[in-house]
Design a protein around this ligand. Structure first.
Ligand code: GDP
Ligand code: MG
Length: 441
């Protein structure tokens, strides 16, 4: 995706006469790329029309930075499409709010309920969870397990089959206990059916939620619009959470969900764990949609932490996508020299928590030093190879012996390398922006 967009833009900047035909060609290519990212066809069309209105052909012809103008217009337009124009209901600490979660089965409701509760609990709220899913066997157990792990009070039943009744009892119970965030988890069913929407309508009518959150799996593709619209028609959806953003999906369906519900995305789910949950931020999301990672922030940081004279080489290597152990070693050297580069890497999708969790910089540094000691026992061949199969058991044992570390630790380091290499490989062929070029985005 990133490739085809940069190609399209490249095409633009090469053309000497910018006329409508070239602009159309460029837009058509971006259209294809956005469709691949699951953005709804109708929305892509809309964007196309708007871009044509915004991008002034005379400006382009007058020799301004064409690539920049088009890139910026597309970026801004997508950001605008994710903004429904009004914020969602925001609960207030200390005042009871009822938050109802809806979405199809498997979209991540139960997991997200707990994440949402846990997120607020850490900020001093008193959340509670109500399981109004009486449809799926095991639903209550799942919620109970999650809630227990996070030490959040919960309510549910193994025998009661009426979801409305449980929802009402749960909400009342927790209102009495002065909980300020009463979260109602609901049933999903595997497909959209009338009975599900009727049930949602009844639960909503009985519990009078202050906010209904539509939970959407980022990988549902083009189905997002109809799904979101169907829920919106039965309950008043006021916010969207997009889950499984740690997977392959770019999440273009979020644009559909916003359009269908006229509500903002408020959080994204980035993993199965309780703390893999982030406040939604439009710009990095759009960057990812366009296959760019959060390049704007990332490049600014790289310019800050990597010495100027080393940059061309590093950036070149990154765009080639051959992330060898030696490059990782050099990165680690930079990290130790320059301080908390964790911040830098955490801007790239998928890079977040594991290697350098926030607030634990000291531990991370010790770990990096340990990794480097092990890498000091590697041969040049090993450091420069991009063949993952090269590191067989006997090499691993030799490295462990040579560095005085455990085999387990060498394996852990190699796992880390694989994880990083996978992420960098996505950047292959990417046009590396020069300093300042991306900062306007
Ligand atoms: P529900 O049927 O809507 O309640 O969905 P669940 O909460 O039971 O989630 C379905 C599956 O998706 C479970 O295996 C979850 O662990 C998984 N899941 C939920 N959110 C995420 C996420 O953000 N990332 C990943 N990788 N998995 C998730
Ligand atoms: Mg569930």
């Amino acid at each position: 995706l990133g490739g085809s967009i940069s190609r399209a833009i490249q095409q633009m900047s090469n053309a000497t006469i910018i006329d409508e035909k070239v602009l159309n060609e460029c837009l058509n290519e971006i259209t294809r790329a956005l469709l691949q990212a699951d953005v709804q066809f109708k929305l892509v069309r809309e964007m196309q029309t708007n871009i044509k209105k915004i991008v002034n052909l005379d400006d382009l012809a007058a020799g301004h930075n064409k690539r920049r103008i088009i890139q910026q217009a597309i970026f801004n337009e997508l950001c605008k499409m994710l903004d429904p124009g009004k914020p969602s209901f925001t609960p207030k600490k200390g005042k009871p709010s009822v938050i109802m979660f809806v979405g199809l089965q498997g979209s991540g409701k139960t997991t997200t309920c707990t994440k949402y509760a846990y997120y607020h609990q850490k900020k001093g709220w008193k959340p509670a969870l109500v399981c109004a899913d009486t449809f799926r066997a095991g639903a209550f157990d799942q919620l109970k397990q999650n809630a227990t792990k996070a030490k959040i009070p919960f309510y549910g039943s193994y025998t009661e089959s009426d979801p409305v009744r449980i929802a009402v009892e749960g909400v009342e119970t927790f209102k009495k206990e002065n909980c300020d965030l009463i979260i109602v988890d609901t049933s999903g069913r595997h497909k959209q059916e009338a009975a599900l929407f009727e049930e949602m309508r009844q639960v909503s009518e009985a519990t009078k939620p202050d906010l209904v959150i539509f939970v959407m799996d980022s990988s549902i593709g083009q189905a997002a619009f109809d799904q979101a619209q169907a829920f919106k028609q039965s309950v008043s959806v006021g916010a969207v959470i997009v889950t499984k953003m740690d997977g392959h999906a770019k999440g273009g369906g979020a644009l559909s969900a916003v359009a269908a519900t006229k509500s903002p995305v408020i959080f994204i789910g980035t993993g199965e764990h309780m703390d893999e949950f982030e406040v939604f931020d439009v710009k990095p999301f759009v960057s990812r949609l366009l296959g760019m990672g959060d390049w704007s922030g990332f490049m600014d940081k790289i310019h800050e932490v990597v010495p100027m004279d080393q940059q061309p080489e590093l950036l070149q290597k990154l765009s080639e996508g051959n992330f060898t152990l030696r490059i990782m070693y050099e990165q680690f050297q930079n990290i130790l020299k320059m301080g908390p580069i964790g911040q830098v890497f955490s801007m790239l999708p998928g890079f977040s928590s594991e290697l350098m969790p926030k607030g634990r910089e000291k531990e991370s540094q010790a770990k990096i030093k340990r990794y480097m000691t092990m890498m000091d026992s590697m041969t040049n061949e090993e450091l420069d190879s991009s063949n993952p199969k090269l590191m067989n058991d006997s090499r691993i044992m030799r490295i462990a012996r040579g560095s005085g570390r455990q085999v387990r630790e060498v394996m852990e380091m190699l796992e880390e390398y694989k994880r990083l290499a996978k992420i960098w490989s996505k950047m292959k062929g990417l046009k590396i922006p020069k300093k300042g070029e991306m900062s306007a985005l």
